[in-house]
Design a protein around this ligand. Structure first.
Ligand code: 5RP
Length: 230
């Protein structure tokens, strides 16, 4: 059997969770891109009526190109369902996100979502967060030196995310990102999330604890596994 793209398998499958009339959070990344494509196809073929809430400027642009109707956060109270990607997921459904830099908007959208569906290829499953990916911490530029010192005190090795010409990477919100290595991974994601939130200048972290309800895992043989949080 020819190999398939696990991201496409998971991304397209998750679009089946969307039903008529829903307000849908649209995550960010290359896996969710396939969800957007599938939703656009369903809008055409089934006259599916939905309103999307994009989690990044990039997703907003892609959704507009695909003619997915969008709605402003200010015009809704909650979101029925969000479909988003992740960089790592552990057995307790804790996530590491923010590889694409959209962690803040992704977390705001997840927070007001009744259901959060995560789409990943199987390679994203880990036993412990922080073992294959650095933890992104979004910081206010002014506070970066203070935050970096505090992160080091908490056992991290922070590195400023930079763009190709070497300038600081800027998020959609005008902030910077410190990508943090934790030797041996992150022992207690919930405790770390609280500790990081206490540092002035930290806007948000890529730790998503207790926010994911369903994980759709794509395999390269074209099959797909759907796991619901117990
Ligand atoms: C962006 C994210 C993405 O969802 C995450 O990086 C996964 O991306 P991809 O599906 O391209 O692997 O958190 O901030």
């Amino acid at each position: 059997m020819p190999l398939q793209n696990p991201k496409e398998v998971a991304g397209r499958r998750a679009a089946e969770f969307v039903t008529d009339g829903m307000t849908v959070g649209l995550g960010t990344g290359s896996t969710v891109y396939f969800t957007l494509v599938q939703l656009a196809e369903r809008i055409q073929s089934e006259s599916l009526a939905i309103r999307g809430v994009p989690t990044s400027v990039d997703t907003e642009r892609k959704a507009r190109e695909l003619e997915i109707p969008l709605v402003e956060l200010a015009d809704i109270g909650s979101i029925d369902l969000t479909i988003d990607g992740a960089d790592e997921i552990d057995p307790d459904f804790n996530l590491m996100k923010g590889g694409g830099g959209a962690l803040l908007r992704e977390k705001v959208v997840a927070y007001i979502s009744e259901r959060e569906v995560i789409v990943v290829g199987r390679a994203k499953l880990v036993e412990r967060l922080g073992t294959t990916f650095l933890l992104p911490v979004e910081v206010v530029p002014f506070a970066r030196p203070v935050v970096a010192r505090e992160l080091t005190r908490l056992g991290a090795t922070p590195n400023l995310r930079v763009t190709d010409p070497g300038a600081p990477y800027m998020t959609d919100n005008g902030n910077e990102i410190l990508d943090c290595r934790f030797e041996g991974g992150i022992e207690d994601p919930a405790a770390l999330e609280i500790a990081l939130g206490r540092i002035p200048g930290v806007v948000e972290t890529g730790l998503f604890v207790g926010l994911a309800h369903v994980v759709v895992i794509g395999n390269d043989d074209g099959s797909c596994e759907v796991r619901a949080r117990p």
